[in-house]
Design a protein around this ligand. Structure first.
Ligand SMILES: [Zn+2]
Length: 291
């Protein structure tokens, strides 16, 4: 895909220097010890000291909540190759903004672009702790796409899906989940959680995200180069949450348990690529056996 010198999205949040540490403060123990040693006055002194420490920035009360996960900013190094990837990702995200703004306009709606967060290893998200081992994911609660760029190495090496357009397809798929969120489709599926047909609905949701990625590629054809579509198809063939999640012990489930078969994924991507119209991607209307 041609990307050099093209518009980069301003909705990229670079959190690669964000480090999470499980620095839990055993507040219950501290209160007990202080009360035993110094009584209620000691406890009041502790509370006052805590408030002062918070006010001057020595201590974040958030560390007392949620198991005490602390986030700090650290210096990080990035190779020139990684910086090239950041540029590529920002251009791809800008492309999705252009395509979806136009498509929403056609539907008489306004597109609200998602934020794309670059992180390393772990990151706090609106959906719990995001872990790089889960692969890229979209969190509907904070409307952000999360990606650790090292996933692209796995895509090439472990999933045998090399090429920049395979990388673009991954982002377009996650942005597809954002589109589904804006259109209220994700909520309808989430509401079925716990019901016997929930897995079917999540497969429909995932295949539609592939369709939406294909739709994006349709409107982006002028930037495509020889072999790009094959790269995306190869990626669609190789990746799925089942494959990715089997390697993980992460704490959140970014999206469904299954994405459908490789054949289905390639077919729905292709359908989006050929059609370019959101109306042709209603994976919820098709009988499940014909999906
Ligand atoms: Zn997905």
């Amino acid at each position: 895909m041609e990307y050099k010198g093209r518009r980069q999205s301003s909705n990229v949040e670079d959190a690669r220097g964000r480090k999470m540490a499980g620095a839990a403060i055993p507040i219950g123990l501290i209160i007990r010890v202080v009360t035993n040693m110094f009584g209620a006055k000691g406890l009041m002194f502790l509370a006052a000291a805590g408030i002062i420490a918070w006010q001057v920035g020595l201590f974040d009360p958030a560390t007392l909540i949620g198991g005490g996960t602390q986030v700090t900013e650290v210096e990080f190094e990035a190779s020139p190759e990684e910086e090239r990837l950041v540029e590529f990702v920002a251009v791809t995200l800008a492309d999705t903004e252009d395509v979806w703004s136009r498509e929403f306009q056609r539907l008489g709606r306004q597109y609200q672009a998602p934020t794309l967060v670059l992180f390393r290893q772990q990151t706090p998200t609106g959906c719990g702790v995001g872990d790089a081992r889960m692969g890229p994911f979209y969190c509907p609660a904070d409307r952000k796409v999360y990606i650790d760029l090292s996933f692209y190495d796995s895509l090439e090496q472990e999933f045998s899906a090399p090429g920049d357009f395979a990388q673009a397809y991954v982002i377009a798929h996650e942005v597809g989940h954002h589109v589904q969120n804006l259109l209220g489709i994700s909520d309808q599926v989430a509401a079925r959680r716990g019901q016997s047909d929930f897995n079917e609905y999540s497969v429909r949701l995932e295949l539609q995200a592939d369709f939406l990625a294909g739709l994006w590629a349709h409107h982006n054809q002028r930037y495509l180069q020889q072999g790009d579509i094959e790269e995306a198809m190869q990626a669609a063939n190789q990746i799925g949450d089942d494959a990715i999640q089997s390697r993980t012990q992460g704490r959140i489930t970014p999206h469904a348990f299954t994405h459908g078969t490789s054949e289905q994924r390639m077919r729905w991507f292709n359908r989006g690529l050929e059609s370019g119209r959101i109306e042709d991607g209603d994976t919820f209307e098709v009988p499940y056996s014909n999906l």
